[in-house]
Design a protein around this ligand. Structure first.
Ligand SMILES: NC(=O)c1ccc[n+]([C@@H]2O[C@H](COP(=O)([O-])OP(=O)(O)OC[C@H]3O[C@@H](n4cnc5c(N)ncnc54)[C@H](O)[C@@H]3O)[C@@H](O)[C@H]2O)c1
Length: 483
């Protein structure tokens, strides 16, 4: 029987990094993955295809160029799924090759099949022919991820009523689409299909969406999506989804019925621990199939770690990769730095995209932290005018006394790249004064950092002036108390 220092189950971002980190530490590492799922959900049905699809949508529809060259600016007037799939498939297969090579180069042993625990130190791997291999390990890293939740009240058929795995297999651009759930997945696809011309209705049972993001930015996103014909129905819960020969009917708890060509059901995901027989290893999953871990990603069984979406929030590829590395380092006694949750960036690839790092205004207010807000609007930046992005913004939240950066919130072109400048300043404990004094390339969106920093500093200065001289007090000639 094969025996390894560490056996990693799942080859998504978390599993890959766990296995490669172990190999780099000179350990014998194995990774188990199902046939056709090398790279996990991220590469096959999640992040990579959906972000590639987004780029294809932006390019083929000419959406970003329409503001500059008029509405007729489209690469294709009739975009087909074949146009979109060609690019997506190319990128997915390239990324799978990259992972294969990385694992092979690092001598990580690859087992293809479905893993199941048969004891705390042993799994079986069943391949497509039903053949069983027994594999033992000193340590295990469970990185099996999640699958879309599929309630029995929803009549999935992979063609007209689909989940987020199946949506990439659609054979047409639907004329109308109901998106159930305004989570990250729902909003990303709602914005893509709206850009392609589908009439999209988003149904969300909560009164608002993306509650963990900046409120002003979420409102701007909703405004942009409404402008593209998206209808939002907040505070409405979906009861059932039915299929009919001419399309679908989404029936709400309120009794309302919404017809549409296609339904995307994206109302959460479920951990796939059930397929792994975790109980045989002494593990217990919660009602959503997730595993509980400590701060070192160790489960209740000392030599078994769990990383990635299977441990729940934030369920992001970027975080998962880091969790994988940390779990392995911990298992083999390698030192790792402290995780700073405040520096974890979030990127939501809606059209337009939004991204942030650090805390929101709501969180700072709730925690009684004194802060000031500095804003740069893309329309004030030369680069914003050049690229035709008039709605984007960069918002900095600054500690009103210590002048440190507490949060960076970006909306619009390149938002997900842009936040990393602020993330670095935050990570190094820099103050707003660094951004005021820094010189940025011109014309860039990065320059927004200086504009927003100056905005915050001017506001803080004005408050200080009012504090010392009063609103109508002894101001110098021509001096205004307000910025
Ligand atoms: N770019 C990214 O960062 C990215 C992209 C994709 C997915 N993800 C991650 O994947 C995970 C899953 O995302 P998701 O969007 O599927 O789930 P989610 O849990 O984030 O959102 C699901 C939404 O559906 C709503 N909902 C549930 N049942 C409903 C019903 N019956 N009727 C109406 N609304 C209902 C919920 O209130 C919730 O807002 C998340 O952790 C997310 O962060 C991240």
């Amino acid at each position: 029987m094969d025996h390894f220092d560490v056996v990693v189950i799942g080859s998504g971002p978390a599993g890959q990094k766990a296995a490669i980190a172990a190999a780099k530490l000179g350990k014998r590492a194995a990774i188990v993955e199902r046939k056709h799922m090398m790279g996990g959900v991220c590469i096959n049905t999640g992040t990579i295809p959906s972000k590639t699809l987004r780029e294809a949508v932006l390019y083929l529809t000419g959406l970003n160029q329409r503001e500059l060259y008029g509405d007729s600016y489209r690469l294709k007037s009739d975009i087909t799924v074949t146009d979109l799939a060609a690019r997506t498939n190319h990128v997915v297969s390239r990324e799978i090759d990259v992972i294969r090579h990385q694992l092979a180069r690092n001598s990580v042993m690859m087992f293809v099949g479905s893993a199941r625990f048969v004891g705390p130190n042993e799994i079986t791997v069943e391949d497509a022919t039903g053949d069983l291999k027994h594999v033992r390990g000193d340590y295990f890293v469970v990185a099996v991820g999640t699958r879309p939740a599929r309630p029995p009240s929803v009549d999935f058929d992979s063609e007209t009523v689909v989940d987020s795995d199946q949506i990439l297999g659609l054979d047409r651009v639907p004329s109308s689409m109901v998106v159930v759930g305004a989570g990250v997945i729902g909003i990303e696809y709602a914005s893509m299909f709206a850009a392609l011309g589908s009439k999209v209705t988003v149904i969300e049972k909560r009164p608002t969406m993306l509650d963990f993001c900046d409120r002003e930015i979420v409102e701007s996103l909703q405004y942009q999506l409404r402008d593209r014909g998206v209808t939002f129905r907040f505070g409405e819960s979906v009861k059932t989804v039915e299929r009919h020969p001419s399309g679908t009917l989404t029936i709400l708890e309120s009794g309302k019925v919404i017809p549409a060509d296609t339904v995307l059901y994206s109302a959460g995901r479920q951990g796939v621990s059930d397929e792994l027989d975790v109980e045989a290893a002494g593990l217990t999953a919660d009602s959503r199939g997730r595993l509980k871990v400590d701060e070192n990603y160790r489960t209740e069984v000392e030599h078994i770690y769990a990383v990635g979406d299977i441990i729940g929030f934030p369920a992001l590829a970027a975080t998962s990769m880091e969790q994988g590395r940390r779990a392995t380092y911990h298992a083999f006694g390698e030192p790792v730095g402290v995780v700073n949750d405040d520096l974890q960036p979030i990127g939501i690839y809606a059209i337009p995209e939004l991204s942030f790092v650090g805390r929101t205004e709501d969180q700072l207010t709730a925690a009684n932290v004194p802060f000031e807000v500095g804003v740069a609007r893309y329309r004030e930046l030369a680069r914003g005018a050049i690229i035709g992005d008039s709605y984007g913004l960069l918002k900095l939240l600054v500690h009103a006394e210590e002048r440190t950066l507490l949060g960076v919130h970006a909306f619009g072109s390149n938002a997900a790249e842009l936040v990393h400048i602020g993330q670095t300043v935050m990570g190094l404990g820099g103050t707003i004064d660094y951004l005021v004094d820094a010189v940025f390339n011109y014309p860039t969106l990065a320059e927004g950092y200086k504009v927003a920093a100056l905005d915050a500093v001017n506001k803080m200065r004005a408050i200080e002036r009012v504090r010392t001289k009063g609103l109508t007090g002894d101001l110098d000639a021509g001096e205004s108390p307000l910025p």
